[in-house]
Design a protein around this ligand. Structure first.
Ligand code: 13P
Ligand code: SF4
Length: 315
């Protein structure tokens, strides 16, 4: 089948099986086009919780599909490629984290949603890049906190809130490999450009950014900005939505590492049209979890969604 036929078949199967496709902004352009809903991790979690389709096909990475299953366990949740992991989730193993937590019994645990269900089950509260700062600010100032697994996001929140959260030593392999020096070079070439960065970038890069925020927050920032040029420090997939929404604006990519001019997450890019088609046709690979794990991991995610509503971050 060629790409056009694959797309037609995906649309047909989706209707026939009462399925919904949820897609993250970092997915391939053609997958974003086929998604019924695209968003950041927070919006996608909320959408997964609310949807009443028989099947949720999650075009993102494993922790996102797992979160969808936790929030809406009676649905069949499919992920086109089960290998679509995340370096942050992989940096934080359950046993090691449980030991770390036990060493700090007076700390509450806030985990970034980019972690496994096992880590979620060991957490008191989950956050995303879209709500982390506000959630942390809403907690009592003397509350001791462990923040896992992203030391860059945690370090950023520490710097803007003057907290001293204990940080797990994980990073996003894509954002952490972007260098402030490259941003400064791009700034010299494009002095009129605003630098926008995802908080998973390292601290040195975030210091030279004009705006730091989640994927959705970056899109909002661009939409309301008078600037015509943006130096973008995040995964390349989001440029599709940025360009679509802002055809009059120019976007310059900050490379991840020194070997290319791109910033692709190899995990996010594992999902392809062929795999999406096969996954809808065969209803596999499916996210399978024990009821016990779903129950334990659900509590801190639901707490996040409830707090986000109370704080006016989501409706
Ligand atoms: P957002 O929640 O900002 O979309 O980020 C998800 C992610 O994996 C970033 O690398
Ligand atoms: Fe994980 Fe980074 Fe890929 Fe996002 S971009 S899924 S944080 S490895």
């Amino acid at each position: 089948m060629n790409n056009e036929q694959l797309k037609q078949e995906i649309v047909r199967l989706k209707k026939e099986k009462n399925a919904i496709i949820l897609g993250h902004y970092y997915q391939r352009d053609e997958i974003q086009d086929l998604s019924d809903y695209i968003g950041d991790s927070l919006a996608l979690a909320q959408k997964a919780q609310e949807c009443n389709n028989d099947i949720i096909v999650f075009c993102g990475v494993h922790f996102m599909a797992e979160t969808a299953k936790i929030l809406n366990p009676s649905r069949k949740v499919l992920l086109p490629d089960m290998e679509a992991s995340c370096s942050l989730a992989e940096s934080c193993g359950g046993d090691e984290f449980a030991r770390f937590k036990a060493e700090h019994p007076d700390h509450m645990v806030i985990s970034y949603i980019n972690c496994s269900a096992e880590i979620k089950a060991l957490s008191d509260l989950i956050c995303t890049s879209g709500n982390a700062e506000k959630l942390v600010r809403a907690l009592p100032e003397d509350q001791k906190i462990i923040f896992a697994p992203d030391k860059n996001l945690g370090g950023y929140i520490n710097s803007v809130t003057s907290r001293n959260m204990l940080l797990w030593n994980g990073v996003c392999m894509v954002h952490d490999a972007m260098h402030a020096e490259n941003v400064l070079k791009l700034k010299v070439e494009h002095p009129d450009a605003a630098v926008i960065a995802h908080p998973e970038c390292n601290g040195a890069l975030l210091k030279v950014a004009d705006f730091v925020g989640s994927t959705k927050a970056m899109l909002n920032y661009i939409a309301q900005s008078d600037n015509k040029k943006f130096i973008v420090a995040t995964e390349t997939g989001i440029l599709y939505e940025m360009r679509k929404n802002n055809p009059d604006k120019e976007f310059i990519v900050v490379p991840s590492g020194d070997s290319c001019n791109c910033a692709d997450c190899s995990y996010m890019k594992l999902n392809t049209l062929e795999k999406l088609y096969a996954c809808l046709r065969d209803e596999t690979p499916e996210i399978i979890m024990s009821d016990e794990m779903i129950e334990r991991a659900k509590k801190p995610i639901v707490r996040m969604l409830e707090m986000s509503k109370q704080l006016g971050i989501i409706k």
